[in-house]
Structures are given as C-alpha cells and as structure tokens.
Design a binder for this molecule. Structure first.
Ligand code: NAD
Ligand code: ZN
Length: 365
C-alpha cells in the first residue's frame, strides 16, 4: 500500500498477474472502457495478455502505440497522444493504462493528469526500473530541449500492477539499469538494503523470480516511506533525496542525446559514483564507502567512471547542462551529498570549480 494524505493505492507485485489486470481494475473502478498507451516493443510482447484480461472483465479498450525510447517523452508526442485521446472521445472517468517502462509511464501519466483536467490513471510497469521506481510516487512528465522532466505534474495512479513475468523479455542491459535505482534507494538511507543488494544483486540480474519480487517489494516500500511525508517534494530531507546521483545523471543523459548510449539507470549508477567520489574528495565520506559503492555497481556491470565511457565528454558542456537542471535554487546548484552509505543530505555548498575538477579527474576533457 502507498498511503498519502489525500489518496492511497496498492502496488500489486507478482509473477503472471498481468492476466488478472482486468478483474483487478474492475474491482476498483466501475468502468466499461479504458485507453491503453503502450510502447511498440511492449505491445508486441505483452498487450495481448492485458487485452485478454480486459475482455474477461468485460472492459472495452482502445490502444495508442508510442515509439520506444527516451525521445518519446517529448512535447510533440504529448500532443499526438492527447489529440488521439480527445479525438477518440475520452471522458472524465475513462482510465488511461500505461503499459511499458518509465518512458510510457511518465508520458501517459502526464497525459492522464492534464487531459480533461485529469482522468484515472493505471500503471502497468514492464521494466525493472519502472517497477521499482517510476510507477510509484506520482511523478509524471516529459523532457524539453533544455533538460529532462522539466514539464510535468504530480499525479498518482489508482493502482500499480507490476508483473515480474514481463521482465522475462526485458533485455539484460535494461534490467541492470533498473537495478541501479534499487541500489540508489539503499545508498540514500537504508544500509540494510544496500547490503542485501551486495549479497543478492547477482540473483536479480539472473532474473531469479524470488529475489526479483523481494527487491521490487523492498524498493517500493522504501519509496512509499519517503513519499508518505513529502508527496510534493517540498522538504529537503524528503523525496528530494530520491534524486541522489540524478543531477549529474540527467546531465550525462542529456549530453549523450538520449540515443541509447546511456540509459537512465546507467546514468544514475554513474551519477551516484560521482557523488561518492566528490564527497570523499571534500572529506565528507570515507573512501572505503566510496570504494564499496563503485565495487558493487561494477560487479553488476554498470558504469562507474566517465573514463570508462566510449564517448569523450567535455566538462564545460556538462556543467552548462547541469545548470539547466531543475535542482537549481537561487542560482546555486542543489546537490544530494553523502556522509557514507545510507547517509544523504542536501547541500548548496558544491561550487562550480569542485564539479569541474571532479569531472576532469574522472575522465572528462
Ligand atoms: P523505457 O520506458 O525506455 O524502457 C526501456 C526499453 O525497454 C524500451 O526500449 C522498451 O521498449 C523496452 N521494454 C520495456 N518493457 C519491456 C519488456 N517487458 N520486455 C522487453 N522490452 C521492454 O525505460 P525505463 O528505464 O523503464 O524508464 C526510464 C524513464 O523513467 C526515464 O525517462 C526516467 O526519467 C523515468 N523515471 C521516472 C521516474 C518517476 O518517478 N516518474 C523515476 C525514475 C525514472
Ligand atoms: Zn531515476
């Protein structure tokens, strides 16, 4: 359960539960029709299971397919999707189901939040990243040429259905990228979760259903705890901390142009490593903790240094992007820093020079 001040909803986690989506939805909402927004890859693999289950529950549906990839989270696609919904006669009570990863969830969620000033929204996440992170918590949005997720809304789903069986078809690189967000949760304020990852991370990467289910449950419970007290990210010790590694991560993603050279979760892994390195340099975090974090990400096969990337990156370009990220307050860059594993705090004390040096030392030109 996710309990917020004005609403609450359940995250259902399990293998083969997509087959029960129709009955689950009709037990919650009395609806005759839904709109499904699905990414083309996912539709080819899992749409039939969903539509069979809707048929079972006597819910009719219309489908809108969107192309896969980060570039889909654009104003252009938002316009296409919302026009389609309106042209096909969506009504205030007609739910939108997002079937896909975080890209589908973020774009569909923003369409749900804004079409007719808000229609019910259902998340059916099909990547590890979206099952452990993006489908829960209500952040929806799209990217602009200036940066990621700069237009969006807080809009909670009515229900989240995370079927671990859908991960069977997920490419391993995508699985690893999603795993980075679980480790990030541990790094924020849950040493036990990080230690659990050190012990069992390899099983998750091997798609062991038992460990996958536990990992998703742990990560969702962590997120539920954080957002409960700070639904709208207004508290510096609240949901803001979920952005650990993200300012640098978003910058890396933006600089590489969202063309698949760096996945969001990979950028988060590298972003977290950079923050640990920075904090060790600043005398804030023991070197042994930084070493442990790098060690774990690298054992999983996630990027841990800019040096290791196939593309050369310019420190000054990265800094320019960084300043466009929304975590800038009064002209100063707001960073989530660490005193060690599980010990995060917000600070405005990082200077541009500290960052420039960090990026150069890590392999930027
Ligand atoms: P994604 O949605 O792009 O999916 C990754 C790829 O996997 C795509 O090519 C997709 O077609 C494919 N895919 C999805 N499910 C599949 C399956 N079951 N089998 C085979 N292929 C499948 O990426 P993602 O990593 O899920 O999400 C990344 C996005 O999530 C980013 O835009 C990021 O900003 C956002 N995000 C949002 C939040 C939030 O709170 N809203 C949190 C974290 C990340
Ligand atoms: Zn993220």
């Amino acid at each position: 359960p996710i309990k917020l001040s004005n609403t609450s909803y359940n995250v259902h986690i399990g293998s083969h539960i997509l087959q029960q989506a129709g009955p689950l939805i009709s037990s919650l909402l009395s609806v005759k029709k839904v709109f499904i927004i699905a990414d083309e890859n996912v539709a080819a693999l899992h749409l039939n299971t969903l539509t069979d289950s809707l048929n079972l529950a006597q819910i009719s549906y219309e489908t809108i397919l969107i192309p896969p990839g980060e570039n889909t989270k654009s104003i252009h696609n938002y316009e296409i999707v919302t026009n389609q919904l309106l042209e096909r006669g969506i009504e205030r009570k007609t739910p939108i189901i997002a079937l896909g990863g975080g890209v589908t969830g973020d774009l569909s969620g923003f369409a749900a939040a804004t079409t007719l000033r808000g229609v019910p929204f259902i998340q059916i996440p099909t990547t590890l990243l979206s099952q452990v992170d993006s489908s829960v918590g209500g952040k929806t949005g799209i990217n602009t040429p200036t940066g990621k997720n700069l237009i969006g809304a807080f809009y909670q789903p009515e229900i989240v259905i995370a079927d671990t069986h859908t991960l069977d078809t997920l490419p391993i690189r995508e699985l690893k990228a999603g795993y980075a967000e679980i480790v990030k949760a541990g790094l924020i304020d849950d040493v036990e979760l990080f230690e659990w990852c050190e012990k069992y991370g390899q099983y998750i990467i091997q798609k062991d259903q038992k460990y996958l289910t536990t990992a998703i449950e742990k990560a969702c419970a962590f997120k539920a705890r954080i957002i409960k007290n700070d639904e709208y990210e207004q508290n510096s010790k609240g949901r803001n901390l979920l952005n650990l590694g993200h300012s640098l991560g978003h910058t890396l993603e933006a600089e590489l142009g969202y063309d698949g050279r760096m996945l969001h979760g990979e950028a988060v892994a590298l972003g977290c490593c950079l923050i640990f390195k920075l904090c060790t340099k600043m005398g804030l975090c023991p070197e042994s903790d930084t070493h442990r974090v790098i060690q774990h990400f690298s054992a999983i096969g996630l990027p841990t240094s800019i040096k290791g990337l196939p593309t050369k990156l310019s420190a000054s370009n990265l800094l320019t992007h960084l300043k466009h990220d929304k975590k800038v307050k009064d002209g100063k860059i707001l960073f989530i820093l660490v005193n060690g594993i599980g010990k995060t705090f917000t600070s405005q004390e990082v200077t541009e020079n500290d960052l420039y040096q960090l990026l150069i030392d890590d392999g930027c030109i």
